[in-house]
Design a protein around this ligand. Structure first.
Ligand SMILES: [Fe+2]
Length: 242
């Protein structure tokens, strides 16, 4: 028998409208491979309430040596695809800059593409803390950039050295936690540390770090949970203020 009274599930909404970390620019990193996939991913993001995207392709030495020209060309092809399907979304790009020799070179050549408000998303190596990280973050600030450390909960070497979180954050570097970490998509340790960072008031941004449909599935399941609803009101996010 049909249940006419069954309440239709509303599409769950994110607690922010601006995503500052995702890999939806096609064909230039390990995120979306082509315009078609990018459009599908963006339509899914829109259904979660995202209205503004600052896409952040990887800029990593030896893996993804993206330049401002490469990134803006790929963004333009995506914008043409979105336009041809009448999909409206405010989309621009910056990058997820791995702290490595190439980043230092780009910095001295002045070919960094910051986010609005001069934020810059930087990523540590996953193996060890970059040498002289504190000095580099200081230098970025002196140059007028506002560094955001991407997914601090994902650097396992900090899990045993948790005082580093407070030390780095206290000098003005903002922290961006991945929604996928909170969803438990990587491991229970990353989830636990992400929650601890929230509890300690160290989280300034949440990003999707969306690369593919598998990630989108994980996010969609998570934002329907009671746990997500409990978390989302506890964080004074800066996402929509940039
Ligand atoms: Fe990323």
């Amino acid at each position: 028998m049909f249940n006419f009274f069954k309440k239709k599930q509303e599409p769950a909404q994110l607690c922010f409208n601006t995503d500052i970390h995702c890999h939806v620019i096609p064909g230039i990193d390990d995120g979306s491979p082509d315009v078609e996939t990018s459009i599908e991913l963006i339509e899914r993001m829109k259904s979660w309430g995202i209205t503004r995207i600052v896409a952040t392709p990887h800029v990593t030495q030896a893996s993804f040596e993206n330049t401002p020209e490469i990134m803006s060309q790929a963004l333009n092809s995506l914008k043409e695809g979105l336009q041809s399907k009448n999909i409206e979304i405010e989309i621009t790009h910056s990058a997820e800059y791995r702290i490595d020799e190439q980043f230092l070179a780009h910095l001295s050549e002045g070919i960094i593409v910051p986010m609005p408000s001069n934020y810059i998303l930087v990523e540590n190596s996953f193996i060890q803390e970059p040498w002289n990280l504190d000095q580099l973050l200081f230098d970025l600030k002196v140059k007028g950039y506002k560094p955001i450390l991407a997914h601090p909960e994902r650097y396992l070497y900090y899990h045993q050295k948790r005082d580093r979180y407070k030390a780095i954050h206290s000098t003005g570097t903002k922290f961006q936690v991945n929604l996928l970490s909170l969803a438990g998509h990587y491991s229970k340790d990353e989830r636990r540390i992400a929650l601890e960072l929230i509890d300690n008031g160290l989280v300034d941004f949440i990003g999707t770090d969306l690369h593919n449909h598998r990630h989108a599935d994980a996010i969609e399941s998570f934002i329907h949970t009671r746990e997500y609803r409990k978390i989302k009101d506890r964080i004074p996010l800066l996402n929509d203020s940039i």
